[in-house]
Ligand binder design. Sequence first.
Ligand code: NA7
Length: 563
Amino acid sequence: MGSVQVENYDVLIIGAGLSGVCSLYHLRKRFPTWRIRVLEAAESVGGTWFWNRYPGARVDSESLSYAFSFDKELRNEWHWKESFAPQSEILRYIERIADKHDLSKNIQFQTRIKSAHWQDTSRTWLFTDDTGKSYQARFFVSCMGFLSSPTLPVIPGIEDFQGEAFHTSRWPKNFDLKHSFANKRVGVIGTGATGIQTITAVSKDPNVQSITVFQRTANWSAPLRNEEISLEQMKTHWENYDDIFQLCAETPGCFMHQADPRKSLEVSEEERYTLWEEIYAKPGFAKWLGAFSDTYTNREANKLYSDFIANKIRQRVHDPKVAESLIPKNHGFGTRRVPLESGYFEVYNKPNVNLVDLQQTPIERITGKGIKTSDGKHHDLDVLIYATGFDAITGAFSAIEWHAKDGRPLVGSSDTEQGEQAVWVDHRPRTYLGLTARSMPNMFMVLGPHQPFGNAPRTIEHAVAVVSDLLQYCKDNNYTYVEPTERAVEEWTEHVVECSKGSLSNEIDSWMTGVNKNIKGKTVRSVARYSGHAVEYRRRCAECKENGWKGFCFKTDQPDPLA
Ligand code: NA7
């Protein structure tokens, strides 16, 4: 390395969101003598909840289920003020965890990693940040998030716009709801979970002049039914916290909702409507995850439930033409991640809100003063908000230049010779247990591809526990090298694909099926997440450990490179 200064660590964690904070807490506790460092691009902890400060940002999982289980003391004194916490409250919670456990002393902020090289002779990873500083580590834990690389749309003229323009996850700090929208004509591109929350919040600003929503694909959405939580109610929750976590531990996505075991077509129409009305009236994901068990695998069942939800939308939107535009035509309810809303559909009853259905009139170009659509109309705008989503799941990895074992890139495109050698060709992940990848020795992923995402803190805690156990095994046996075997990766990847079969979501383009038309090479569907039951996922991880970490190959007898 010549005279270049390199910092040496036993474990390097990238990312200080929920995954990074949880990993740091547990690894530092379990390996007190190890040198552990977290590198984080932002100036503070929080990850998703640090970056996504757009108005209306809040969690769709119950706040109660979103706390960490490891700090029982904080858990039993933290008063969640709303059943679905806003971004600011979750961020405060993460900051409190970090402060209480003095985690920041192990975190280096404002550090963005640009490249990573596997060094076979020393069995270490060498990372370099965007200032050229290097960090060497025996083990590396990726906590980079699966929705952390924002993507702008590919639209001609995007650089020409002269007003304020930004992506929702890069919301300007000085752009606040109370003042910044006054007398402004606001355009929003994108109607996913983020767009729906942003549009609803901005439309409530009495001073905003107009909002024009550019909708390419209508999204199914249903009421969140958020409520305040009083201190008295919270006291009861504190007593029942273990039950809440137990319930999450039993459900497919670690949420507090279970499907009704009956099949839609086995019950009478009356029974069907009874359940649908019941779950529709409940808070949170109940109306998605609490439906009949065949709702997302049986086309006919899905159509019936979609029709039920479509009628709810029709009842809420005054203009029938607008209502029809807001009802998805090409995918059934719940086959994409269902955004939850608090008055979204009523937004379109306001005189200053205009829906532009891009299926009818696609965007032709962005101009200096707004957006021109194919009908020749120019939509004049002062502010343009891109709620256009993320390079999901593999995006944070793609942003780093990897030199994996044998110099292979991690992500590459099959149309180039080098890309063909990539570990994940064409953004298609191949992993073992979603935690490790071939040719990426000593790397572990928390919320990586092929893991069940679901309710993030619950999934994260499990992944961190497995990574921590595996590191303990390496430590106990003096292993300096751990990599999944080709066979283990092959079998796991097949299992992930197998689990996804029969699911209607698999037939739909979305970030969950690895499609993002704004990213070159992300146009073909893949199976990027574990869509089996979380209980089965955990069982397989436990089985691997019980069988002496079957599927991994370990190496020892390496002098400590950092000693
Ligand atoms: P999503 O769910 O990926 O939504 C992105 C939205 O942006 C979606 O409506 C897209 O339409 C739209 N989009 C993207 N590119 C374009 C272009 N070029 N033109 C018009 N419209 C476009 O991202 P979110 O941030 O809302 O949510 C991500 C997850 O974060 C969410 O599921 C939660 O888990 C939290 P499309 O559907 O592709 O036609």
